[in-house]
Ligand binder design. Structure first.
Ligand code: F6P
Ligand code: MG
Length: 441
């Protein structure tokens, strides 16, 4: 039934969803466990002696969860702050998680389990539980077990970052002499850089290494044929047709590291060219899918680059002034780290939905955002994007993602067959990208 295909599920043995819950998630968890155990002494020095004991507690909670996952046990309710408890976790969203649990129970008559719940629910739930295990331990409440990896991935991408900021700086200094067509070419290339920047995420390598080693510019042309949906021309038309004094972009971020830099560089060109007048950045509020950017990562990235001499320093100084004069805002919302897809947003997070609706364009980066946009359903690949968005219709939106396991929609009939005859893993290996626009017109 095309009107409502089944959701991607780990109960489908052999599927990528199944292999993720069976093999990839336990590896990510084990890395966190090993890291906390190995670093307990240095964490004790940094966060106080109680943190050292705390590490053991957290390790035991995570090991327990790993066992629950591998033996297909029921999910647990998340711990909620009690009214008489002094904690005020701005990140706490246990209520919405526990509500999802209860509504699953009332729909199916049983508790959700690791291999029976949807893939989206199960995978998101793992990160909520990792966070819970940490925040139940006072000295490690705000500790991000992925931070070191995220920072390393940026440092390891230094050559590619320099090439990118050099380019931004030379484009920005010559903007007045560009024809509209030249500007269009530059802008669309930066959308492509931001697209391929999404290849580097640390959850697809199960928390192993991932960086952008080379200058991406040299490969853009070669990679272009791997963009299986490319709405760049329509996107350009939309950008230039917006009223000149009101070009507000909302950017729903994905990964820290090179991808974040590529996104901010794209936004810099749009700002300097007057194609954007204000930008709202949406990071995550808890450690998420290993490499997703938190506000802390965003600020660290700006500071890190600002300390560079050369173009990186110059560009990051611009970012700081955009942030301090309010043209760029960082907006935190708990909704991004729930297990719900975006069709549920207007009901569950009406404020966020109405805030997004006011933007001229929302850009969603990455594979997980795409999964949440399309409900993570097994859509036939020639389903219309607008149809797959179901009830999520805030304002024109653009998905920029490399395909890493989530659904793919909006292809031409027969297109997926042609691609899979060349590359069997085309929809999971991150080699194919989409720049996909929906204007709801
Ligand atoms: O575990 C797989 C996954 O959920 C995939 O959908 C994707 O490969 C990754 O995690 C997250 O990717 P991204 O950082 O692009 O959202
Ligand atoms: Mg990510």
């Amino acid at each position: 039934d095309v009107s409502h295909p089944p959701v991607l599920s780990p109960s489908n043995i052999g599927s990528f969803a199944y292999l993720t819950v069976k093999d990839r998630l336990p590896v990510i968890l084990t890395r966190v466990i090993d890291y906390l155990y190995r670093e307990r002494i240095s964490l004790g020095l940094k966060y106080g002696e109680a943190a050292q004991e705390g590490c053991k507690e957290v390790v035991s909670r995570l090991s327990q969860m790993k066992n629950e996952m591998q033996t297909n046990k029921d999910f647990q309710l998340l711990w909620s702050p009690q009214p008489n408890n002094p904690y005020d976790f701005f990140t706490d969203d246990s209520e919405i998680w526990n509500q999802q649990f209860e509504s699953y129970v009332s729909t199916y008559g049983v508790s959700p389990k690791w291999f029976a719940a949807s893939w989206l629910y199960a995978e998101c739930y793992m990160y909520a539980r990792i966070h819970e295990a940490l925040y139940l331990c006072d000295p490690l409440r705000d500790f991000d077990p992925f931070e070191e990896q995220k920072q390393k991935s940026l440092v390891d991408s230094q050559i590619a970052v320099e090439a990118l900021t050099d380019k931004v700086s030379s484009i920005c200094s010559a903007l007045s002499s560009h024809t509209q067509d030249q500007l269009k070419q530059h802008v669309l290339k930066f959308f492509e850089v931001s697209l391929w920047g999404n290849k580097c995420d640390l959850s697809i390598s199960s928390g192993g290494e991932c960086c952008q080693a080379e200058d991406v510019f040299s490969s853009l042309e070669k990679l272009r044929s791997n963009i299986i949906v490319n709405d760049s021309n329509m996107l350009w038309q939309l950008l230039i047709s917006l009223p000149e004094d009101q070009r507000d972009i909302a950017l729903v971020l994905d990964n820290a590291g090179f991808e974040l830099i590529s996104d901010l560089c794209l936004m810099t060109i749009l700002m300097e060219a007057g194609l954007t007048t204000s930008l709202t950045l949406y990071p995550k509020t808890r450690p998420w899918f290993v490499s997703d950017a938190l506000e802390k990562d965003l600020r660290w990235t700006v500071d890190k680059l600002r300390s560079n001499s050369g173009s990186g320093g110059q560009i990051a100084t611009k970012w700081s002034s955009y942030l301090s004069d309010g043209r760029w805002k960082i907006c935190n919302s708990k909704f991004w780290t729930t297990g719900y897809d975006y069709a549920e947003m207007s009901k569950l997070s009406p404020d966020l939905y109405s805030q997004l609706s006011k933007a001229s364009l929302i850009i969603f980066k990455g594979d997980l955002n795409y999964r949440k946009l399309t409900g993570d359903l097994e859509w036939p690949t020639d389903t219309k994007f607008e149809y797959a968005l179901q009830d999520f219709r805030p304002t024109p939106l653009l998905a920029v993602r490399t395909a890493k396991g989530g659904p793919v929609v909006g292809l031409l009939p027969g297109q997926s067959k042609t691609i899979s005859s060349v590359d069997r893993d085309w929809n999971i290996n991150g080699d194919y990208g989409m720049i996909q626009l929906c204007t709801f017109s």
